[in-house]
Ligand binder design. Sequence first.
Ligand code: AMP
Length: 546
Amino acid sequence: MLFTVVGPGRAGLSFAGALTASGWRCVRTLGRHDDLRSAAADCDVVLVTVPDDRIAAVALAIAPGRAVLVHASGAKGLDVLKPHPLRASVHPLMSLPDPATGADKLRRGGVFAVAGDPVAERIVNALGGRPVTVDDDHRALYHATAAVAANHLVALCAQVERLAAQAGVPLAPYWDLMETTLENVRRSGAIPSLTGPAARGDTSTISLHLEALPTDERTLYLALANEAARLAGRPPYRDPARTVSTEALAVTPTIPVPVPTIAELRARLDAERRAGRTVGFVPTMGYLHDGHGSLMRAAAAANDVVVASIFVNPLQFAPTEDLASYPRDLERDTAVAGANGVHLLFTPDVTEMYPRPMLSTVSVAELSARWDGASRPTHFDGVSTVVTKLFNIVGPCRAYFGEKDYQQLAIITRMTADLAIPVEVIGCPIVREADGLAMSSRNVYLSPPQRAAAVVLCRALDAGTAAVVDGMRDPDAVASVMRSVVAAEPLATLDYAAAVDPHTLEVPTALGSHTRLLIAARVGTTRLIDNCGVDTGSSRPLGTPT
Ligand code: AMP
């Protein structure tokens, strides 16, 4: 068979050497300065061994001829070889460090992922290897697995090298340990081969390790300790030293354990409490954004175990509202929760939370009737009821709520005080997009023009704030300043704008030194809310202990 190599790098020259040694004939090798047009004219196979992001351009530069175009990428499908009708790929599941070693390794009977034209198998057979067919749908996953098996293992070995050197212990015994471990895993599988403190649930030893480890080694240690714990069916650990220092990442990332049932969550948290660990709780409806993330980070900063719930609570939606279409993405939510230090993700379904029709309701009078309660009469009873139930399930020391839903925070704060629920309710500041729009899961409903118009809510709050700071004390006058800003935006329809007492949410006869500005408006069919505090003296924000 005659072949041409395009891309005379490590892979290309390794293949050229190996195929030549197997009796194939290399017509030529072409590099980046050669004319590629007739590369496919006078051979059976053109091996395209250029970097992945250049394959498509190289394929385009070659005029279709009688040869099959074959790439050696692990991650790319066959599409990149358009417009050639004869395409294939051959990816050796091995590293090719240099042409001589590479040519030798290619002929040692290894595994090759093949796809497309049967010539791929002929190449592998010529080399004496084992072909494994990997279709385009599984290509990236196949390659990711290879990256984990080869590159990530090397990264782990490098950590072993560094730590052994720092401990002043020779590397050889650790090599023996690694080799034996790999043999065990090959023989018995990963989970049966687990040993060590993470698998045993030996938290005090892990804490000891984390204290001893150099700061920049902790993230990798903890990520893998948590993975070992997950494999062993144990909750993850939190680095008490908090290795990451930037504000946005001021938590040690975790791999949250999804817990769908009340019984399992109670069992896990009972064990945590028995071990003297504190529990912080962040209730959400999911489709997480950085507003939720900020609550999780606050919980991670003050508690040993962080639980977040994701439950789109039917009780707080009226029949005309968006219960069915409320955005949901559990996979992404799990990633966001993990990046923000959540250990346990409570993900009950509706039948788990409400196996029977609910005959019991928790209702916070007066506070629930005004503002949002006037437009959504059953909403806050649904919220108070589910939050009470979640508090009873989780039993947290502290629970975190966003000021974004200020009336909700006021209601929950009052409810826990009225009913002596043993939890500290902590209010957290609103997280906003760069243009000032308060982050909300419902912002995805907005079309681009509506998204641009939505910023009118915080502009109205800014105008109201400026009026109060300038000395305006008549709450109706401040509300009308806010109303006029919204009136100028044709895509927005105001629901209410008000300047209220931050605790009772009532409109006072004259504004005191602490005021909350509240606003709600529809942009298209999406109802948005926002608020801000205007304090002209010292204040006791909602959610702080009284
Ligand atoms: P939700 O998933 O909308 O029920 O919100 C769950 C929690 O996240 C509530 O306590 C919200 O107040 C809070 N939250 C939502 N958006 C934000 C935001 N932009 N900034 C701060 N907290 C927020």
